[in-house]
Write a protein that binds this ligand. Sequence first.
Ligand code: FAD
Length: 302
Amino acid sequence: PFDVLVVGGGPSGASAAIYAARKGIRTGIVAERFGGQIMDTLGIENFISVKYTEGPKLAANLEEHVKEYNVDIINSQRAKRLEKKDLIEVELENGAVLKSKTVILSTGARWRNIGVPGEAEFKNKGVAYCPHCDGPLFEGKDVAVIGGGNSGVEAAIDLAGIVKHVTVIEFSPELKADTVLQDRLQSLPNVTVIKNAQTKEITGTDKVNGISYIDRETGEEHHIELQGVFVQIGLVPNTDWLRGTLELTRTGEIVVDNHGATSIPGIFAAGDCTNSPYKQIIISMGSGANAALGAFDYLIRN
Ligand code: FAD
């Protein structure tokens, strides 16, 4: 069996594996796709001490760094079951069962899709999810942000400084963002907020040219011409397979303490799949290191 088995090969998993392996203990890492979300990221300018890198390059650097150590890498495999017996068992979709004294869950998250016609079709052709990454592509253009929670309103404030005009589309009768964010949003001259609106379709030809929504009060359909749509309705943690095994928040994030420990002794978690408030590369790497040290601490006491 492993001493530490890491499930997930994004920044948090890679960091956890390196920290564990540096203690000289048997370490494995199983990942559906090594690199995780950064494989879908182009420019990265906030990974401190590296002024600019690109996602796939950082992913290759992560893998290279992990390979410096004696870590068993099990790539392209998805975990489907977690169970604590004498040892902790992780069953993979191919039927293999991996056993370990401790496990670090670092399965990350994905952007929630709105699921309307045009979304999938125009992904990267006007439909975007990350204002920090794709905002500059829409300089001087008209865009919509779907979602009036904190992330949607933050995105709108951010984009308003770059693009010509931002329309925020909120399903509910009221925005859900913190008041201070709403106040800031209202103070901007190039932002319109449409509440009580159900997005119906993202329209376009070869790329986005507009968005249709239904006014939920009148039932009338409206169409706005624009060039970009940012979908900001939440990040979904990749924890469906863990439901019923350990404590999750209402939104499915794994609840961890300040050692990265979950509700089951010996099982730790790190990165975007946890209830940590901010989801960024540098933060997930720190939390991976933290969970590995937490697991090591657990091993020497048990
Ligand atoms: P992830 O990167 O999500 O990795 C999860 C890993 O777990 C993957 O290897 C995945 O294949 C694996 N996995 C999932 N489920 C299973 C399973 N059941 N079994 C086995 N393996 C599984 N952050 C920044 O700091 N700067 C940026 O500029 C930036 N830009 C971004 C742009 C985009 C488009 C996106 C999507 C994200 C961006 N982020 C950025 C956020 C950053 O990528 C994440 O915070 C970070 O990748 C989280 O790392 P993680 O290891 O926790 O999870």
